[in-house]
Structure formats: structure tokens, C-alpha cells
Design a protein around this ligand. Structure first.
Ligand code: SF4
Length: 66
């Protein structure tokens, strides 16, 4: 499964990149980004768990895991 951020929805709250630091980084103007080396990659194990938790916790519904 891959993780993707709908940047139009992200409100720069910081929850994902402050909590799930192995998957997300703070991008321009506080908008979240998936770490470069994970973009478009199939996530497994702990990284996938972090991505799923972030998707559940994102208040804007901006994190998509599929
Ligand atoms: S948790 Fe959601 S709204 Fe907050 S920074 Fe991450 S993607 Fe953006």
C-alpha cells in the first residue's frame, strides 16, 4: 500500500510530521509531504502502520493510504 497526501486538504496542523516522523516531513508553509524516499513506494510493516495511524488521526482527511 502507498501513502499520498491531498495537499489541497492539508491544514498544516503538523500532527503527521510531528508524530509519524519516519513517513512524513514538513514541507513548504507547513504542508505535509511524504518523505522523498517513500514517495510512490509500497509501504510495509512499521512504515505502513505509521501511515495508517496518520491517516486515522489527520483531522483534515488529507492522508490517503491505498
Ligand atoms: S495531519 Fe493532516 S492536516 Fe495535519 S499536517 Fe498532516 S496531512 Fe496536514
Amino acid at each position: 500500500m502507498k501513502v499520498h497526501i491531498e495537499k489541497d486538504l492539508c491544514t498544516s496542523c503538523g500532527i503527521c510530521y510531528e508524530t509519524f516522523v519516519n513517513v512524513f516531513v514538513e514541507g513548504e508553509e507547513g504542508i505535509s509531504e511524504v518523505k522523498d524516499d517513500l514517495k510512490g513506494k509500497d509501504l510495509k510493516d512499521s512504515l505502513l502502520k505509521e501511515a495508517i495511524s496518520a491517516a486515522e488521526e489527520c483531522p483534515a482527511g488529507a492522508i490517503v493510504v491505498k
